[in-house]
Design a protein around this ligand. Sequence first.
Ligand SMILES: [Cu+2]
Length: 158
Amino acid sequence: MQPPSLLALLATTFALCASPLWAQTVDVQGAWARATVPGQKATGAFMKLTAKSGAKLVGVSSPVAGVAEVHEMKMDGDVMKMRAVQGGLELPVGQAVELKPGGYHLMLMDLKLPLQKDTTIPVTLLFKDAKGVETKTEITVPVRATPPSAAVDHSMHK
Ligand SMILES: [Cu+2]
């Protein structure tokens, strides 16, 4: 009889630890990232976040991006500008916060490769709860050329 491999043990441990935490923190729906053309160094990723208890989105990272930030779009006079959200994006309890084109978004910069549609990229979200405890959530984000249609969103809604 072979002892279970270390990897299998780690995988089991991770699954046991990660699932309940994930369920308690923040629900992520409808995530997508905008496809890029060769030479393009930055793109946005979008999703709907619902915190089960109050939390903040304080960070983001992805192996495909040298730099990743949580951004917001704001009108500055007549000009739409984007900037990093200071102090984290507030996620009120049970209230969906939508990251979408023209609003809050995840900015993936210094891209290491073009993002091709119909592929996926791994993204890690860093949340901080009211007590200041940080939780990392790994998600798989589909790359799309256009936003998913509202019809698709509704069919996924239970
Ligand atoms: Cu941005």
